[in-house]
Design a protein around this ligand. Structure first.
Ligand SMILES: Nc1nc2c(ncn2[C@@H]2O[C@H](COP(=O)(O)OP(=O)(O)O)[C@@H](O)[C@H]2O)c(=O)[nH]1
Ligand SMILES: [Mg+2]
Length: 194
């Protein structure tokens, strides 16, 4: 893993989206599910993407430049109930515009907490992305918190909500903390770029 990743910029308005044609890989999921941690694990760089104890604080698309080949985009804050209505509307508009405009989004990595059944919000997010005909890869994170016996329950619960998914093809069990699954996920990400 010799990928070089650097923070490019925060985007709070579509006007500030990078204008070049590099492909985008988007990371999304509910606040605190481990988006920043997964980015750090994928690129083996502690502290690159700030992990936070105040969920949903970031209200911007965070663009990272990977190898000058593609952008990794951290899309935080969905389901952040504490934001004001105005702020939430602004956020929805930004995300809508980004997805509408961006033919460059090759895939969305959607992170779900492996300890719980996918929630309504998780399903809504998936529906939103599918609407734009963009492929979704699901990462069931935090499996280090599961006992061995809970892993198969977690898989079953997931498949009951996402029946068309196949483990190790478009859904991966992982842990940003132990690194479990990270290699396979990186390989999958690269398959969208190269
Ligand atoms: N045990 C465990 N904790 C994790 C894992 N991934 C993230 N966390 C923790 O969950 C919290 C939220 O992580 P963060 O990456 O900031 O989530 P984000 O809000 O989605 O970006 C932090 O305390 C992380 O250390 C994981 O795989 N296992
Ligand atoms: Mg984060």
């Amino acid at each position: 893993m010799n990928d070089s990743i650097t923070f490019l910029r925060e985007v709070t308005s579509v006007k500030n989206l990078p204008s070049d044609e590099k492909p985008n890989i988007v990371i999304t999921g509910r606040s605190n599910v481990g988006k920043s941690s997964i980015i750090n694990a994928l690129f083996n760089k502690k502290g690159l993407a700030k992990t936070s104890s105040t969920p949903g604080k970031t209200r911007a698309l965070n663009f990272y430049n990977v190898n000058d080949k593609y952008y990794l985009v951290d899309l935080p804050g969905f389901g952040y109930a504490k934001a004001s209505k105005v702020e939430q509307d602004k956020w929805k508009t930004l995300i809508n515009n980004y997805f509408e405009q961006s033919k460059r989004i090759r895939a969305v990595l959607q992170i779900i907490d492996s300890r719980h059944e996918p929630t309504e919000l998780d399903l809504k997010m998936s529906e939103f992305v599918s609407f734009f005909n963009i492929e979704i890869i699901i990462l069931l994170n935090k499996i280090d918190k599961l006992k061995q016996s809970q892993v198969s329950t977690s898989k079953k619960n997931f498949l009951s909500k996402y029946p068309e998914y196949i483990f190790d093809e478009n859904v991966f069990m992982c842990s940003a903390t132990t690194g479990f699954g990270i290699k396979k996920i990186m390989k999958k990400v690269n398959s969208f770029i190269f």
